[in-house]
Design a protein around this ligand. Structure first.
Ligand code: PMP
Length: 399
């Protein structure tokens, strides 16, 4: 008989499963607020002008497609480190950092996880409660036990910071703590700069290892502003890891552009760590693809394209904020009693609305408005054409 005869069907990815249901829905009024993707006011995934220009130049130059180095394109890696830490960063001038090009933020997390497993085979990984749904699976697949630290406070729709700190303070030394650098997914609730300081102190005191996930730099307040956690870790003297994703900020989802950056104590340490990380890559996918990283490097290294990209990123950020204000206003205008002003405080693409799984189910069946069963909606999928319909749906299920 077949070697696959007894293979069981794996559970469907909850969010991708939602997409399939959405695609099968024949109602023309349907709205998909499930996926974590930025859409324009026309409901399209944008191809940024800066990306288009860099791609055109690259196409005209018609570069040969030889293998990249295992760690990817040097110009890209340098640009990523500069984006994270700023061009005057002592970490960079001291060569204390190493960056490798990775296959999206997911790929960066996985290479980082696999490397950490070799370095600290007995560590436990802690992720926020709740967290991006792939964090647990990723670190478990690298062989780590994964636990939660307190994060979201349903009562205030903000962060249970006391709980978070208390959990950090009881973790065993050399535990790995995955932190959302900004724009927490799924809740949209971030901690303040002052709270980040306390997190850094707790991590230092307990000898923990921070792994900062930076998937939305520029979506809250700006590129530099959203790196406040990185600045504090950089100044702390600690060693830590950062995963970067340009899926959202460059709207390059399918090109898989990300990076893993590790901060070591010295230049010598950084080069030894890099040599080990390269072994992880070599035995996985050998070296990253050429196109996406080359495009991002070209944009970041040209003053004109960089400015154009920053303007386009600001445009996305502002449009999301406008949708936040609009949905709050429109719910109030429909006589919704609940206070939705928390939506204005949440940052990034998502909002934890507080809608129950039952209410989310009703929005889907009665209105064809798709959200994640946890009540997470993608605010970046709202637009001036669908927002009234979405507000009607939410108001109806809240009555
Ligand atoms: N981390 C977080 C918090 C995310 O939300 C995402 C994407 N949804 C990722 C990592 C992965 O990013 P990428 O699509 O670049 O792999």
């Amino acid at each position: 008989s077949s070697i696959f005869a007894a293979v069981e069907m794996a559970p469907r990815d909850p969010i991708l499963g939602l997409n399939e249901a959405f695609n099968a829905d024949t109602r023309t009024t349907k709205v998909n607020l499930g996926v974590g993707v930025y859409f324009t006011d026309e409901g399209k995934i944008p191809l940024l002008g800066a990306v288009k220009a860099a791609e055109k130049a690259r196409l005209e130059a018609a570069p040969a497609r030889g293998y990249q180095p295992i760690e990817g394109l040097a110009a890209y890696n340098n640009a990523v480190a500069t984006l994270l830490f700023g061009k005057d960063s002592a970490l960079i001038t001291n060569n204390q950092t190493l960056t490798i090009e990775a296959l999206g933020g997911t790929g960066a997390l996985k290479v980082g996880a696999d490397y950490l497993k070799r370095l600290l085979p007995n560590a436990t990984v802690y992720i926020s409660d709740p967290s991006w749904e792939n964090h647990r699976a990723l670190f478990e697949s690298a062989g780590f036990p994964v636990s939660n630290y307190a994060y979201y406070d349903a009562a205030t729709r903000g962060v249970n910071f006391e709980g978070m700190l208390a959990d950090l303070r009881t973790m065993p030394a050399q535990s790995i703590v995955v932190l959302h650098a900004c724009c927490h997914n799924p809740t949209g609730a971030d901690i303040t700069a002052d709270q980040w300081k306390q997190v850094v102190t707790a991590i230092k005191e307990r000898n923990l290892i921070a792994f900062l996930d930076m998937a939305y730099q520029g979506f809250a307040d700006g590129i530099k502003e959203d790196a406040v956690a990185l600045d504090l870790f950089a100044a702390s003297g600690l060693q830590f890891l950062v995963s970067s994703s340009f899926s959202k900020s460059f709207s390059l989802y399918g090109e898989r552009v990300g990076a893993l950056t590790i901060v070591a104590a010295s230049k010598d340490e950084a080069s030894r760590v890099l040599s080990q990380v390269k072994r992880v890559v070599r035995t996985n996918y050998s070296n990253p693809p050429t196109h996406g990283g080359a495009v991002v490097a070209a944009v970041l290294s040209s003053p004109e394209l960089r400015q154009q990209w920053e303007d386009e990123l600001a445009g996305m950020r502002v449009r999301i904020r406008e949708m936040r204000s609009a949905i709050v206003e429109k719910l109030a205008a429909r006589g919704v009693k609940q206070d939705f002003s928390f939506v204005l405080k949440q940052r990034g693409m998502f909002s934890y609305t507080g809608l129950t799984a039952e209410q989310v189910e009703r929005m889907k069946t009665e209105f064809g408005v798709y959200a994640v069963s946890t009540g997470r909606i993608c605010v970046a999928a709202l637009n001036t054409k669908n927002i009234d319909y979405v507000a009607d749906a939410i108001a109806a299920v809240l009555k």
